[in-house]
Design a protein around this ligand. Structure first.
Ligand SMILES: Cc1cc2nc3c(=O)[nH]c(=O)nc-3n(C[C@H](O)[C@H](O)[C@H](O)COP(=O)(O)OP(=O)(O)OC[C@H]3O[C@@H](n4cnc5c(N)ncnc54)[C@H](O)[C@@H]3O)c2cc1C
Length: 456
């Protein structure tokens, strides 16, 4: 690069969870930090997420006597991903989990510990979230902390367009486009890539995750894989590029996130023939693939008042399903079937078979987690499955430094959150709920600390 328009210590690309945490961490080491965000709003997927993050050993857990350890959390992650994630990095992530929750709370992030709730695969109550069960309050609190930090310059509506390197291929800065479109170059001691994955990039999805190339995309528009592509151009190693997180319960056409609170409390899903087709509780990734294979990619979530009330108690935004008209209510199964355009006889038979399975303790799909038999009034929501976020990315070491395919570290380049290779193995069956945000916060903190400490 011949000339620079700006100079700083650390550039962070992306103002989602990983980027904002990394920026704060680096600035607290007295580094000058420039954060560039391509969208007009900060937040990315973190801001639209359900905000649930796993952690072990947070202050909230310890104060309540929860003694689950980072090693047990790592064991849950390995159980889910088939022991495919790097041992040292997974342990580093899990060991950073409790401290990063405490650190974020000290900076105003309003986490609660979800003491009574475990997702499938959680051997302990690992989850923390804001009361709203949404990422918005997290981003708002991080932005407030950023505003109190004079060393951070946050520029929204400013996409980074590439990396600058020297003759040794070490990174020396970034190129970016100003709000008005004029390109500019920033010289930086370290660059942290926190631009998430490539869910919004149809070409990359078709290349790496063809099974979901036609699916609804439910993530943030800015996640177009830019940073992963720049890393690959520099020769960075990548891993788990086919790894992705879908979800099996998006009200459609309303596009409202229904969450798994319903099926975890006993709801079922049926296809347009009124038949069940999979174990709805086996992990929403695998089940989402089964939904994609149903006619029209559309299925129907069926439940009763007890389940509706449980969902309303645990998920404040469930009301959106009601207000939008997505929720259909009926006093009989026949009436419900008619309203959803399902064959009434088939739906009645399916519910009868489901009740037999509850009494037996298992069904033909392997489901073993049931609620009680469904009783009137009944409810239904038409849903589809959607791509949420991708989890393949750049290989990093335990200091979040990007690794070259030749086994060396790429100079001055760090990655965190969805830009780094994830912890869910290949495909969509290995995700432990809450790990996406943990890799954003914990790797963001590690990247910010390490990048600032390594400045010369
Ligand atoms: C609907 C939904 C619900 C979810 N719920 C959960 C949950 O409850 N728990 C959980 O653990 N995970 C959840 N996830 C996944 C989780 O949100 C992500 O794993 C996590 O937010 C990734 O954080 P990040 O900081 O890496 O990326 P993001 O938060 O997406 O931030 C990346 C930012 O980089 C910006 N950017 C991209 N390219 C550029 C560029 N060239 N220049 C400048 N800026 C750029 C983007 O615009 C974006 O703002 C959910 C995802 C979705 C879509």
């Amino acid at each position: 690069m011949d000339s620079w328009d700006l100079e700083t210590d650390v550039v962070v690309v992306g103002a989602g969870g990983a980027g904002l945490v990394a920026a704060l961490a680096a600035a607290e080491h007295r580094a000058r930090v420039l954060v560039v965000e391509k969208e007009e709003r900060a937040g990315g997927n973190t801001g639209i997420s359900a905000g649930l993050v796993v952690a072990a050993g947070s202050h909230l857990q310890r104060a309540a006597g929860e003694s689950g350890t980072p090693e047990e959390l790592a064991a849950d992650a390995w159980e889910a991903n088939g022991h495919t994630s790097d041992r040292d990095l997974t342990l580093a992530l899990c060991r950073a989990s409790g401290p990063v929750i405490d650190w974020m709370m000290d900076r105003g992030v309003p986490f609660e510990w979800m003491s009574g709730y475990r997702y499938p695969g959680h051997s302990r109550a690992w989850l923390h979230a804001p009361r709203e069960r949404h990422g918005e309050p997290i981003i708002a609190a991080l932005l407030s902390a950023l505003a109190r930090q004079p060393r951070i310059d946050l520029r929204l509506g400013t996409p980074a367009t590439g990396l600058a390197t020297d003759e040794t291929s070490a990174v020396t800065g970034i190129r970016a486009a100003a709000v008005a479109g004029e390109p500019f170059a920033v010289r930086a001691g370290k660059v942290i890539l926190a631009a998430d994955g490539f869910g919004a990039n149809r070409e990359m999805v078709a290349r790496f995750i063809p099974a979901f190339s036609e699916a609804l995309y439910y993530g943030a528009a800015g996640c177009t894989g830019d940073a992963i592509a720049w890393g690959m151009d520099l020769g960075a190693a990548t891993a788990f590029m086919d790894s992705f997180q879908p979800h099996s319960s998006i009200a459609y056409p309303e596009r409202i996130f229904v969450t798994t609170f319903l099926v975890n409390n006993g709801a079922i899903q049926v296809n347009c023939h009124g038949s069940r087709f999979s174990d709805e509780t086996k992990g929403y990734g695998e089940h989402a693939l089964a939904v994609q294979r149903q006619p029209g990619r559309r299925v129907y979530e069926i439940f009763d008042r007890r389940i509706r009330e449980a969902a309303e108690a645990s998920y404040a935004r469930f009301g959106e399903c009601v207000n939008s008209g997505a929720l259909v209510a009926a006093d009989t199964l026949e009436e419900l079937a008619n309203q959803l355009s399902l064959p009434p006889g088939a739906l009645q038979l399916t519910i009868a078979q489901y009740h037999t399975a509850i009494a037996r303790g298992h069904d033909e799909f392997g489901r073993r987690r049931f609620g009680k038999p469904l009783v009137p009034p009944f409810y239904g929501i038409a849903v589809t499955s959607a791509l949420f976020h991708t989890q393949g990315g750049l290989v990093i070491d335990a200091q979040a430094r990007v690794q070259h395919t030749n086994g060396k570290t790429i100079g001055n380049l760090y990655a965190a959150g969805g830009t780094a290779a994830g912890f869910s193995g290949n495909g969509c069956g290995g995700y432990l709920a809450g790990m996406g945000l943990l890799s954003a916060y914990a790797l963001g903190k590690i990247a910010g600390d390490q990048a600032a400490s390594a400045l010369v």
